[in-house]
Design a protein. Structure first.
Length: 504
């Protein structure tokens, strides 16, 4: 147990060094790698590693950590925090062969995320200081014992002494003058600005220590009281399942005929056509049908041989609706351009299609855990989403759409400016390179105002991440570090007379 506590203390201090008053960068990948290594080490020490293949879940965790270093996508940076935590739980459950139950998956994950506080409270209640401090081996070398004792003493004493000195220096100016140089040096090293800052940092370290220790202890416990009872899901008779499948397939057949018909009709030519409703309705129809499909297959998975044709029909209808939804979204983005939501719809649709493959394979007799495979597919697609540089794709496609018809097209540059950040600088430069010759007066004015906005935005990036940008090693971000080289030879002086944004 001591090794778990030492590992947790090391990680809590490491996170403070890497993250306190710092922007996330390569530090995320470093911290995640250290956490994975120490977690696996402690589980191995407790002989809780039952499935070495489970360690492969560390790959998507580290890859997601590297995106904080490679890109500057604020939305995904925030979204990745709970995703990484969930993947950590799945990795530990897989390594320790904790049964992942399909009908209790969400409850299991949430339980594991919040369990560290309960586990550590129980551990502290049963904590025996004498047992903690006694030596395991009586024949250990005295010199080694003394070194360990000194190390433990320093580990406890030094932080306490530093805190006391800072508090007393803050309370009394005369006492503070004695340790003035010392406190300034330590403050600079530890990036402590005020006493409250120090106390806040210590609280974060303490919280991190408690959580990490409780998390590892929860999985390192040798007792096996992991829900041994038979899972009780929804059970339906074969007749009920057949009635549901027949009824739904008839409904989906009619629905799919309508979808196929619309696939070959130019929807853009339909009078008073609402693109937003068309795209979003198609997407939610897909989700609705998919949920019904997955639910029915889950309920009837024990009788996989029965109603096989009806299940295959349900999957085929789902695929038709996936294609229909993708076509609707294509119509929508062709008119209004790309956004995060629209690209996420595409990724969700592709993921849905991929998830249907193992389900279909199982119907053909392949022995496959469809739920586990579904999780693996979803995680893989999510990692890919993080690495395709979604900011650049959004900017590129919207700028392509505008540059293809500068005379008649417009562009929502405000969205590009506020959402895509430094990842899209190369694409934004293409607007500055566009010549105004041969355009009508209105198109020239629009383009000139657009260039003014682009230059203003790029000047902001250069001011923030140019030559004066000196990040610490922990904050190093590739996207931000490239700003100076990309804009070094670009003329960003404002040439416009009218500074107002008149274009629509």
């Amino acid at each position: 147990m001591k090794k778990i506590l030492y590992s947790s203390l090391f990680l809590s201090i490491l996170q403070s060094i890497l993250f306190w008053h710092k922007s996330p960068g390569i530090s995320i990948a470093i911290f995640l790698t250290a956490t994975i290594i120490l977690t696996i080490y402690n589980l191995k020490e407790k002989e809780m590693i039952k499935n070495k293949k489970g360690i492969l879940w560390a790959v998507p965790i580290v890859l997601l950590g590297l995106t904080y270093f490679m890109f500057n996508n604020v939305f995904l940076k925030i979204l990745n925090i709970p995703v990484i935590l969930i993947l950590f739980v799945i990795m530990c459950m897989s390594i320790t062969e904790t049964q992942i139950k399909e009908n209790k998956f969400v409850r299991q994950i949430l339980g594991k995320i919040f369990k560290p506080f309960v586990v550590l409270f129980d551990f502290i209640s049963d904590f025996d200081m004498d047992e903690f401090l006694e030596n395991k081996k009586e024949n250990q070398n005295n010199k080694t014992d003394n070194i360990k004792k000194v190390g433990k003493s320093l580990l406890i004493a030094v932080p306490v002494i530093l805190v006391i000195i800072f508090l007393l220096s803050s309370a009394d100016s005369v006492f503070g003058s004695i340790f003035s140089d010392f406190t300034k040096t330590i403050s600079k090293m530890l990036e402590i600005k005020t006493v409250n800052d120090l106390l806040g940092r210590l609280l974060v370290i303490a919280f991190t220590f408690i959580y990490i220790a409780g998390f590892i202890i929860a999985f390192a416990k040798s007792k096996k009281q992991e829900e041994t009872e038979e899972s009780t899901g929804i059970k339906l008779s074969d007749l009920t399942i057949k009635m549901l499948l027949v009824s739904l397939n008839i409904i989906y057949l009619l629905f799919s005929v309508i979808q196929i018909k619309y696939l070959f009709i130019n929807a853009t030519a339909t009078p008073n056509f609402d693109y937003a409703t068309y795209a979003r309705t198609g997407f939610f129809q897909l989700m609705f049908v998919s949920f019904i499909n997955f639910a029915l297959l889950h309920i009837s998975k024990k009788n996989i041989e029965t109603n096989k044709i009806l299940k295959m029909m349900l999957i085929i209808f789902t695929m038709i609706i996936v294609i229909s939804a993708a076509f609707r979204m294509h119509l929508y983005e062709q008119k209004y351009g790309y956004t995060y939501l629209r690209l996420f719809v595409y990724f969700t649709l592709v993921t849905e299609m991929l998830v249907l493959i193992p389900i279909l394979s199982k119907l053909f007799g392949l022995k496959i855990d469809t739920f586990k495979t579904t999780i693996e597919i979803v995680v893989t697609m999510y990692v890919i989403l993080n690495f395709i540089n979604i900011n650049k794709i959004i900017a590129k496609n919207n700028i392509d759409k505008y540059l293809a018809d500068v005379e008649d097209e417009s562009i929502d540059y405000f969205y590009i400016e506020t959402r895509t950040g430094t990842d899209s600088i190369e694409e934004q430069l293409r607007i500055l390179n566009k010549s105004e010759e041969g355009l009508s007066a209105n198109a020239q004015e629009y383009l000139a105002n657009l260039k003014t906005s682009v230059r203003c935005n790029l000047r902001g990036y250069k001011a923030e991440y140019g030559k004066s940008y000196k990040p610490s090693f922990a904050e190093w971000n590739l996207s931000k570090s490239r700003v100076e080289s990309l804009l070094e030879n670009v003329d960003l002086t404002d040439r416009s007379i009218n500074y107002e944004n008149n274009w629509e």
